[in-house]
Design a protein around this ligand. Sequence first.
Ligand SMILES: [Zn+2]
Length: 312
Amino acid sequence: MPLLVHPRLDSKPWGGDRLAHFGIALDGKKDICEAVLTSNDAVVAQGPYAGQTLGDLVARDPETLLGPVARHFRSTGFPLLAKLIDAHENLSIQVHPTDDLAPTDGCGKTEAWFILEAAPGAVVYAGLQDGVSVDVVRKRLESGESIVPLMRTVPVAPGDTLFLPAGTIHALGGGIVLYEIQQQSAITYRLEDWGRAREMHIGVGLAAMNPDLRPEPNHAEMRTPTDRPGPAVHCDFFSLEVLQIGPGEWIEIARESGPQVFTCVRGGTELSTGQGTVALAAGSTTVLFANAGTARISSSTGGRVLRAWIGG
Ligand SMILES: [Zn+2]
């Protein structure tokens, strides 16, 4: 059945209050950097599993809930980590490892961003400029100089997606609010932090970096009841599409062989399966496990839903 999950809000000095624009209840807080939607600690909000976490549910019956992908993802629990992020200032310059380079008790971190809001002139930093090697980055870090000039500056606008394979050096620029889908991993190697005095992870970060990755943004074509473009992002770890549902419309979601995550970012929708219906208002997230069967997303007023999933 569809499981509504509670977001967990994280405060940081570089957070803000713009997640409220996408339905997240901030209770007056002005320093919210992340709404973590589907971590293993995410708590089910209603129904027979209310109060239990996604991680606990998956640990009890991974084959049924995750489907045929279960054996690849068991060590990480629920395999899709979705977040909403409000970057009031630039976030750290970082690299995440691939599965092969990740510590054995976790997984790598490939991620993708869907831009919800961007201040005029907002950019992300993604990949190294042509001809810049890892060695050049290392020398610059050793000499205490900023590596920002070595990085590509990529303008983004609302509706853009950016796919960041593990190994891509990247930083989210200030002024951007986005949805992020990623592998269920917290492994981040920081290389530089815009003058903030946090711990750096230079050795492992340089070892994990693939200097040839230079992602470009794509403007996501939206899926509607009558038009089904390919996914905005499709990789071994997740797929992502944007559903645009007009007033009185619905979209049928075929059964997937793995789990799915639905996050409403505009308007209001309902998600139904043979086992039940949940209201999916802006800011709400629902998980469907692999045994859920087909689903329908409908809306009386219109709405926009981000759908991330694993499977064919
Ligand atoms: Zn990252």
